[in-house]
Design a protein. Structure first.
Length: 654
């Protein structure tokens, strides 16, 4: 940490809301918080009534049978109507919903009226293929406008979408399709990424070889590089969707109708299908988008740089912004194409006022240097956001000074795929900021820090982050695995949701998130399970056993570090390291590639045979080994440490 920042933190310097921002902010004081504290259920009911259109009002706000919650029981609404049609009906049809920019530089502006037509046609196409309410539809696309259109089309007819990130492999896609038993897949011929085509349709074809539930595949033409189409199964979007009528009345859905499944890594190799439903989810994403981003739909241009394949894209590219009638930028490609100022060129060109991105991106921009943002006019920005992992104070200050020119508040938003919406965040017009702290739970949210015994640690204190009250956008379970839902989130502490993050509270009560405490790594803000990477390594014929840990990395937050025992007859070599890294990339995706691989003859294990990853982490982080008395053979870890230091297994940078 630089001296300047250390000084800043020691002084406990806070950044109060800039007066000109606070003067017009939606939330300027603690009255909303006070109202929510007094009666959280009434607060959420108020948000649901104020922010959404209901076809039928609910009979009860909440039914809470821990760990199962139902919100707005008896109420009905349609998500697509709330995100699109009602804005057109209110006379806002000419407002732009999406300002889309393709990586090659092509552009499209899509108004709410156009979005209504497109979503209706796509919904009619799904109906024509026999997709019904309750069915699952997998979506595997690049960042083109048809991705949110496909999501909204599903919502319109009550089919649940399962968006699979376009960077995932055929195996990952197939596993997710089969787990959800998706009836249809919507994909693209390809996507543009760093000037090259990602062959999505080829990957999808490979996945579909063993995905018996899928009867139809809709293919959007984007890269036009020539793909094979399977007669009967595959349909071009431009043939099927464009031939449909633009009339497709949105049907009222039960508030607890499944809206989507989104897979996230857990501590075992099999990803969990996180389920989100309709009324509570939309209430909380609409409310948090409005209050955290202080949105003024008539004048703001908002840009969230995430991909729709992650929950951030679901909640803060699609549902939150559209429910508020906002105008958003969507960008297809990478930040360094054709040059490292692409993001800042987009901010300048569209006059972006609110930018929401991830610490890993911010650290990359820092590494590239100030010259890139300085080339462009960033004066339109009035608010910055961060999500995905703890933002270190250096990155916070750089973001604030170099991107925000010292004028913009930063909202550091803590949440998870499971929480569906932002839970802990400053309210930019009301909360004094401390660089690196996500500050306080939002109104209506109950969060606390507890010790091993489940008791609150008090102020100041450190322990585990828990959520101690149901919230509208909470996950409704793990698809097909209610036991895993209980075990993962509700068994650690009686009556509390266990988030899996370490956290501390400082003397002022501010929350500081400290990263994962379980075996989930956070690489560039993405959840990757150690078990998933281990099983990919062991899948390689040369590997007998593997242990994987997340280690601190200046750019990606955490990096994947692997310790590998080879099967006899195999020899450690740089070529083998490369081969194993590629093998992991092929099975899971490039993001899961180990940054370093150390070959070893043994792994530190407890007497019951459980690998002690903590010790491997200590080795990789060059920390003291602490207590090794529970090890079956304490000399093993000392041997690994010697080899690790000798090998300089820092890995190569990519
Ligand atoms: C995990 C959830 C939320 C969308 C993207 C990630 C970490 C997320 C923050 C933050 C510190 C954060 C946590 C959390 N995380 N935001 N502002 N400060 N940590 O969603 O893949 O479900 O990962 O991301 O560790 O548990 P996800």
């Amino acid at each position: 940490m630089s001296d300047a920042i250390e000084g800043l933190l020691e002084e406990g310097r806070t950044f109060p809301p800039p007066p000109e921002f606070a003067a017009t902010a939606r939330v300027r004081d603690s009255s909303l918080q006070a109202a929510a504290d007094a009666d959280p259920e009434a607060f959420w009911a108020g948000q649901a009534a104020e922010l959404l259109d209901w076809d039928r009002p609910w009979d009860r706000v909440l039914d809470w049978q821990p760990p199962d919650a139902q919100w707005f029981l008896g109420g009905t609404l349609n998500v697509a109507h709330n995100c699109v049609d009602r804005h057109v009906a209110a006379g806002l049809g000419d407002r732009v919903a999406f300002l889309w920019e393709g990586e090659p530089g092509d552009e499209r502006a899509i108004t709410y009226a156009e979005l209504q037509d497109e979503v209706s046609r796509a919904a009619n196409a799904l109906l024509a293929l026999g997709i019904e309410r309750g069915d699952r539809v997998a979506i595997y696309m690049g960042m083109v406008p048809e991705l949110p259109i496909a999501m909204l089309a599903c919502a319109r007819i009550g089919a649940a979408h399962s968006v699979v990130f376009g960077g995932f492999t055929a195996d990952s896609l197939r596993g997710r399709i089969n787990d959800a038993e998706a009836k249809a897949l919507i994909t693209c011929d390809g996507a543009w990424r760093r000037g090259a085509v990602v062959p999505l349709k080829d990957i999808a074809d490979e996945a579909l070889q063993d995905a018996p539930s899928v009867h139809h595949c809709i293919v959007l033409r984007r890269t036009d590089h020539g793909v094979s189409m399977t007669p009967g199964r595959d349909h071009w979007w431009h043939d099927l969707v464009e031939a449909q009528s633009e009339h497709c009345p949105p049907e009222p859905m039960d508030a607890e109708q499944l809206l989507f499944i989104l897979y996230t890594s857990g501590t075992t190799a099999k990803p969990k299908g996180i389920m989100h439903t309709t009324g509570g989810y939309l209430t909380q994403v609409a409310s948090t988008f409005r209050n955290v981003f202080d949105i003024r739909p008539e004048s703001d241009v908002y840009w969230c740089t995430a991909d729709c394949g992650w929950v951030t894209g679901h909640s803060y590219i699609v549902y939150g912004p559209l429910a508020n009638g906002a105008t958003s930028v969507i960008y297809e490609g990478t930040p360094d194409h054709p040059d490292k100022d692409r993001f800042w060129a987009i901010v300048e060109k569209y006059g972006v006022t609110i930018l929401y991105t991830a610490p890993t991106a911010i650290r990359t921009f820092m590494k590239w240097g100030d010259e890139y943002p300085q080339r462009r006019d960033l004066s339109s920005l009035r608010l910055l956001g961060s999500v995905g992992e703890p933002i270190n104070p250096e990155a916070w200050i750089w973001y604030h000074d170099v991107i925000g020119h010292g004028r913009t508040p930063i909202v550091d938003t803590w949440w998870q795929t499971e929480t569906g919406a932002i839970m802990i965040s400053p309210l930019p017009g009301a909360t004094p900021l401390k660089p690196g702290s996500a500050t306080f739970p939002l109104p209506g949210v109950g969060a606390d820090v507890v010790g091993d015994d489940g008791e609150p640690v008090g102020v100041p204190g450190g322990g585990y982050l828990v959520l101690n009250r149901p919230w509208p956008s909470m996950l409704r379970g793990v698809w097909g695995d209610p036991q895993r839902f209980r075990d993962t989130y509700w068994s650690r502490f009686e009556g509390l949701y266990f988030a899996g993050d370490g956290a501390k509270r400082d003397a002022d009560g501010y929350l500081w998130l400290l990263g994962r405490v379980d075996d989930v790594m956070l690489v560039s803000g993405h959840n990757i399970s150690t078990a998933e990477v281990e099983s990919a390594l062991v899948d390689h014929h040369a590997v007998a056993e593997a242990a994987v840990v997340g280690t601190t990395d200046a750019t990606t937050g955490q990096a994947v570090s692997a310790f590998v025992i080879l099967r006899s007859g195999n020899v450690a070599s740089d070529d083998l390291v490369r081969e194993l890294r590629d093998h992991v990339a092929k099975l899971i995706g490039p993001i899961a590639k180990p940054k370093s691989i150390l070959f070893t003859d043994d792994l530190p294990k407890t007497r019951s045979g459980k690998i002690m990853r903590r010790l491997l982490r200590n080795v990789a982080e060059d920390e003291s080994l602490g207590d090794t008395t529970t090890l079956a053979d304490p000399s093993v870890v000392a041997g690994i440490r010697d080899r690790y230091l000798a090998s300089n297994a820092g890995g190569d940078d990519e």
